[in-house]
Design a binder for this molecule. Sequence first.
Ligand code: PEP
Length: 264
Amino acid sequence: MIRKPIFAANWKMNKGASETEDFTKSLISKIQSENFPCEIVIAPPFTSLSKLAEILHNAASGQNAHAIQIAAQNCSQFDSGAYTGEISVMMLREFFVHYVILGHSERRAIFGETDAMINAKIKKAREANLKPIFCIGETLAEREAGNLESVLRTQVTDGLAGISEKDMLEIVIAYEPVWAIGTGVTATSQQAQDAHQFVRSLISELYGKDVAGKIRIQYGGSVKPNNAAELMACPDIDGALIGGAALEAQSFFDIVSTGSAASV
Ligand code: PEP
């Protein structure tokens, strides 16, 4: 396996501190005796970061708690100052955050984030040594109009403008077809593989073959325990970004377990 698969739970606006504690303790107890060849990441809401960090820290002497990394679901493109409601990358660092999800389709569609804003956030995240999980993906209308590749090309090229090769190696891309997010409709493994292969070819154009071969590209969009293995068996799919099915520790664990076993 050249690329270590990465499975990330995106809780969106769900789970306060006590639910975070219950979920995390339950997940730790399930992975205790396992040695999955993958990274496991949890992205709680900002207000639950502290509880997640505390539980992981307290459990760190037990096996495998250290295998769980913390992600934020967003960050500001600014350092500090008069930006009401925003959270800076340095604030995230105080909670032992390693990853930050950027460019999620909900941020693009509901909160108006543009490729330029996402690009600025990726740069800011890298300045603080956070690893972006950079989300891209087409709507159903864009796919049906035959624009899949042009949409992905624009998102990738503009989102990564000015990012160095060194920083690129610290970025995870999440291909998430918008029509598959939270809908229960998953891309077929062929659709997903084709899109991932295309994204990898774009990275190769921009950064060369070597970098493209090292970059991890997660699939996201209605991943469940019963479809994870088929998707993860695709050669260009390196893990998953999971929303709904990551709200239950057992179901997230099952995806990690079957998905990492199937990863090639
Ligand atoms: C997501 O929000 O990134 C996602 C993939 O959600 P779901 O798994 O619920 O489709």
